[in-house]
Design a binder for this molecule. Structure first.
Ligand code: GLC
Length: 717
């Protein structure tokens, strides 16, 4: 439709029809089975007219199902405006990729884009038009269950990966390419900073910190063209995001120029009453519409009260019209007025969803996402000639998809035991399954007997997927006690243990440090068992690196690499008493941001800069010679960090400003070069202006955020 036609359409809409467009309800309201529809309708107090006007639908898939709902809906809608199907395709639709915290460990934007591209293709033929992804919440607290859904603790890397996902979801021409879906950046904003890592808890930080560290990732994704933004459940500076005019009207829309749709999180508008910021639903509606929230997900504050707010003049109808127009424009950008079902195609659904090509892509990304944390005595790769035991609760588990895998099916998953056998590795296991939390004594005894008789033990441990994700915060981030007991019992009879981990958060791994090798496999998705087998057998050389610090203990949390300077840095006086440290644990992560090993061995030469001075017109050129000094081709993620020595406000002791995945043959060397611009070293000043300061910087390069080269001092003019 032309814009003028949209304006005409808006002009024909009644107040009720306009307000209806702002409501999102789940698909069960449209079930053709009355018994499925009646309950939800009664619960929300909706009638058939409300259903005929509700603008969008949450959580329905299936080309046939969507066709049925859309056809009936457009008949009932007086102006035949199409509805819009949205859902949570977070890291795969039916072909599930590694959880985002795992995928991020690849540091590979093309992997992120591939995940999104495949997800969009499967979702679109299944009738979805919008996905609630990418989640770009910066995270520093492993107690929070939703770290699994994030890409980690660095704003620069988060932005790069989120932008790649937006492009994978939307492509270059969303209107024409009906195999794509619109992306929704979430959760705006700073949901990952929940106090104490407890989900839905308060977020409280300075606006400068918010702008400097937490907002840039979202902005990069929005600048990449994301069509929607979702509000977060938390407060930002005391105001719930869904009623936060400063956050949405001032920053998102005025400063950043975002003119897409803002959708609330599930029930978040009405939850402002629980926050104690709205007195009632009418108040909540007023706060949300004035903040610029266009779609209210699954509560009816707008439906019940917006008309009265407009008739009374408390809310100008123009404000409502702007929201409605943004929703109509989104439907138009998706081509729904001409093609109300877009890419939905029952035939394609049968061939595209879970295609071999998609599963192969998921396997490749999973292989790139697994982090080798330890490998003493070259215990890995496995030697097929040795007697290998495969034990532990995850040995035969298909719980590899993670908490946000929605349409993913465990039946599609090949467990690790099956996968190792497929790879030609004969393993001895125990009969029956281990429980993740309470294995029977008999199972433990049997495991110890098998372990005693083996040359090496692969001990497959981890969290059940329900222990991470939404509403799944943990105060203790160790492996479940029963698994630690099992580790101890096996270690008592065999010290050659390889631990593999399926989990959704950084864990405190201090109890398993006697393992010879540790592989962090995350929730690796549909092909994750096969991918882990590929890494264990050496068919794949691991290259992944952590994007979120693993603490020594939960007492260190929140822990992250890009900490601010303090007035009494531990490093200045490690033996001193009056310095910033703990009495009982180090300041440092057990496995820091950027850490990951390989079966190859890489050596770094001296870091060189073309010129020690740079300015807005003459960027810094930083280079280092990287050598693969092993017998095996491998990929190294080379990282470049910058330390701004003096700022108007305190600056982090280091910040990632560049990275490159470099694949080198055995013995090969290559010079890796990074370009650091004046723009790269801008930061948010006390007056919230984003600017750089002339002055000295230290530049460092290395394999992770801890083991860095000797700093090279440079000067910005
Ligand atoms: C959930 C999540 C959000 C998701 C939405 C719709 O509560 O917070 O990430 O997109 O509801 O399912």
């Amino acid at each position: 439709m032309e814009q003028s036609q949209l304006t005409d359409l808006l002009g024909q809409m009644t107040l009720d029809e306009k307000i209806g467009q702002l409501l999102q309800i789940t698909g069960d309201f449209y079930s053709d089975k009355a018994e499925e529809r009646t309950g939800p309708m009664t619960q929300l107090g909706l009638d058939e007219d409300d259903l005929a006007n509700a603008g969008t639908v949450l959580g329905v898939t299936g080309a046939e199902e969507c066709r049925k709902i859309q056809t009936a809906y457009m008949k009932r809608n007086r102006l035949h405006i199409p509805t819009l199907f949205m859902g949570d395709v977070i890291h795969g639709f039916r072909t599930i990729f590694p959880i985002p915290l795992g995928l991020a460990s690849s540091w590979d934007e093309s992997a992120a884009e591939t995940m999104a591209r495949v997800s969009a293709h499967e979702a679109s033929v299944s009738g979805l038009f919008v996905t609630f992804s990418p989640m770009v919440d910066l995270v520093r607290d492993a107690r929070w269950g939703r770290v699994m859904e994030s890409t980690g603790e660095d704003p620069y890397l988060n932005g790069k990966l989120a932008a790649a996902m937006v492009h994978g979801y939307q492509g270059d021409d969303l209107l024409a390419d009906t195999t794509r879906v619109a992306a929704c950046v979430k959760h705006f904003a700073a949901y990952g900073a929940a106090v104490a890592g407890r989900d839905y808890n308060t977020v409280d930080m300075s606006e400068r910190q918010l702008r400097d560290m937490y907002l840039p990732g979202y902005k990069t994704a929005i600048d990449a063209g994301a069509k929607l933004v979702m509000t977060s459940f938390n407060t930002v500076d005391g105001v719930p995001a869904s009623g936060n005019r400063h956050l949405f009207r001032d920053i998102l829309r005025r400063e950043w120029g975002f003119d897409g749709v803002v959708i609330s999180d599930f029930g978040a508008v009405k939850e402002m009453i629980s926050h104690g910021v709205a007195a009632d639903e009418r108040d909540a509606a007023k706060l949300a519409i004035k903040a610029g929230v266009d779609i209210e997900m699954m509560t009816v504050c707008y439906l019940r009260h917006l008309k009265d707010l407009i008739v009374s003049g408390e809310v100008p109808e123009q404000v409502l019209d702007e929201s409605v127009m943004r929703i109509l424009e989104l439907k138009n950008d998706l081509g729904l007025f001409e093609n109300p079902l877009r890419g939905a195609d029952a035939e394609a659904e049968r061939t595209v969803v879970m295609s071999k090509q998609h599963r192969d892509a998921a396997r490749r990304v999973a292989e790139e996402s697994m982090v080798l944390l330890k490998n003493d005595d070259a215990t890995l790769p496995l030697d097929a000639s040795r007697k290998i035991a495969l034990l532990g609760p995850a040995a035969k588990s298909t719980d590899l998809l993670g908490a946000w895998s929605w349409k993913g099916q465990e039946d599609d998953v090949a467990a690790l035991d099956v996968s190792l056998r497929e790879a030609g590795i004969q393993v001895s296991t125990v009969d029956g399954d281990f429980d993740y939390l309470q294995p029977s004594d008999q199972a433990v005894e049997e495991a110890v007997r098998v372990a005693k008789d083996a040359d090496v033990v692969v001990l497959a441990l981890g969290e059940p997927s329900y222990m991470s994700g939404e509403a799944s915060s943990r105060s203790d981030i160790r492996l479940p006690q029963a698994q630690l007991d099992l580790f101890k019992a096996v270690a008592a009879v065999n010290d050659r243990i390889i631990v593999t981990l399926f989990n959704g958060r950084p864990l405190d791994l201090s109890d398993i440090q006697s393992a010879k090798a540790i592989v962090e496999a995350w929730f690796p998705g549909t092909e994750g068992g096969r991918a882990l087998a590929d890494v264990l057998t050496g068919a794949v050389n691991p290259s992944a690196k952590l994007t979120m610090s693993f603490p020594v203990s939960v007492g260190q949390v929140p822990i992250y690499y890009n900490v601010d300077n303090t007035g009494r840095p531990y490093e200045n006086d490690p033996e001193g008493k009056y310095v910033s440290k703990y009495l009982d644990v180090s300041n440092y992560a057990a496995y820091p941001f950027g850490f990951g090993l390989s079966y190859s061995k890489f050596e770094y030469g001296e870091v060189k800069v073309e010129d020690h001075e740079f300015d807005a017109d003459n960027p810094l050129k930083v280079s280092v010679e990287l050598r693969n000094v092993s017998e095996r081709e491998g990929t190294e993620i080379v990282q470049c960090y910058v330390h701004d020595l003096v700022g108007e406000v305190v600056r982090p002791i280091k910040q990632l400003k560049g990275y490159e995945r470099v694949t080198l043959a055995a013995g090969e060397s290559r010079t890796v070069t990074f370009t650091i611009t004046e723009e790269d070293v801008r930061y948010v000043h006390a007056d919230y202006e984003l600017d750089s300061d002339p002055g000295d910087f230290d530049v460092m390069v290395g394999p992770n955020s801890r083991d860095l080269s000797k700093a090279v001092r440079v000067h910005l003019f």
